[in-house]
Design a protein around this ligand. Structure first.
Ligand code: NAP
Length: 270
């Protein structure tokens, strides 16, 4: 058994994607299921994992940091970000990893959405996805990454960011206007109407990425494309981070085509 350990994530398309990948690899006795756990029950769920109830898990809102603190060992980007999105159970020990930044980097490269080296990135949000976006942008060659968040102290605390910008349309327009080939990433759950953005003031070379993937088309992505800007949503990132998790659990190469096809069907469902 593999779990998606989260709270209030019943509509996640990850089970469809991961179960298709397991089937494509002939892992008939494996299954990926949502395991909805309130924060107060997290310790009990992790104890069940240690006892063999699951071979591994994805971890999502609101448990990524709490699971990092509870793991027996951290690996990969979980060491850098202090957040875990993937747990591998080894001999009753919980190894926590994080595939979000590598997943976003892979998705940007796959979609040819990486600006030329030396670009500037502006990331909206200061949570787990924003930390991954800062790491991914840096690995893709960003010369600087500014974080924009509604809480200034949260923006200042994002590791790897080179500047913090206030949650203010003027300040964001100024940051993007001065940037070289900017990459703008929305790493909040907020929609276009709640973001401090005036799309008409984005430079024509700005690449726009929204980590949300539902409802499609994602409003920010659609509005950016209407203005002729390159833009993509978070679906490809979901696929990449999920397949990197799959490889960590199973030791097998990910069956990308089967997983992508299942994910497309799952997110198209009403
Ligand atoms: P998180 O850790 O809870 O952080 C959310 C961040 O967004 C926080 O900085 C929060 O600010 C801010 N925020 C929340 N609601 C807001 C609003 N209405 N207006 C302005 N700021 C707001 O969540 P996360 O894990 O980073 O996820 C963020 C988004 O990325 C979600 O939409 C999630 O679905 C998406 N995501 C996508 C993928 C993918 O594979 N495509 C992977 C991970 C995450 P406060 O601290 O002030 O609340």
């Amino acid at each position: 058994m593999l779990w998606l350990l989260g709270h209030g994530v019943q509509r996640s398309p990850s089970p469809a994607m991961q179960n298709a990948a397991l089937r494509a690899c002939g892992l008939q006795d494996w299954r990926y299921e949502i395991h909805d756990v309130a924060p107060a029950e997290l310790g009990a769920a992790l104890a069940e994992m240690r006892a063999g109830a699951a071979r591994g898990a994805n971890v999502t809102i609101p448990h990524k940091r709490a699971v990092a603190a509870a793991c027996d060992e951290l690996a990969g980007d979980a060491r850098l970000t202090g957040a875990v999105n993937t747990v591998i159970v080894r001999d009753g020990r919980l190894v926590g990893d994080n595939t979000d930044a590598l997943g976003l980097e892979g998705a940007l490269r796959h979609q040819h959405a990486v600006p030329p080296p030396g670009f500037s990135a502006v990331v909206l949000g200061a949570g787990g996805a924003a930390s991954a976006a800062v790491l991914a942008a840096t690995r893709c060659g960003a010369a600087g990454v500014s974080v924009v968040a509604r809480r200034a102290e949260a923006a200042a605390a994002v590791s790897g960011a080179t500047a913090a910008v206030g949650w203010d349309t003027e300040a964001v327009a100024a940051a993007l206007g001065q940037a070289r080939d900017p990459l703008l990433v929305n790493a909040t759950p907020a929609g276009l109407g709640d973001l401090p953005l005036d799309l008409d003031r984005l430079p024509p070379t700005c690449t726009v990425v929204d980590l949300r993937y539902r409802p499609r088309p994602v409003d920010l992505v659609a509005a950016a494309r209407e203005r002729g800007l390159p833009a993509c949503d978070g679906l490809e990132m979901l696929l990449h981070q999920g397949m990197l998790s799959f490889e960590r659990w199973t030791g097998l190469p990910a069956p990308w085509d089967a997983a992508r096809a299942a994910l497309d069907v799952a997110v198209s469902a009403p």
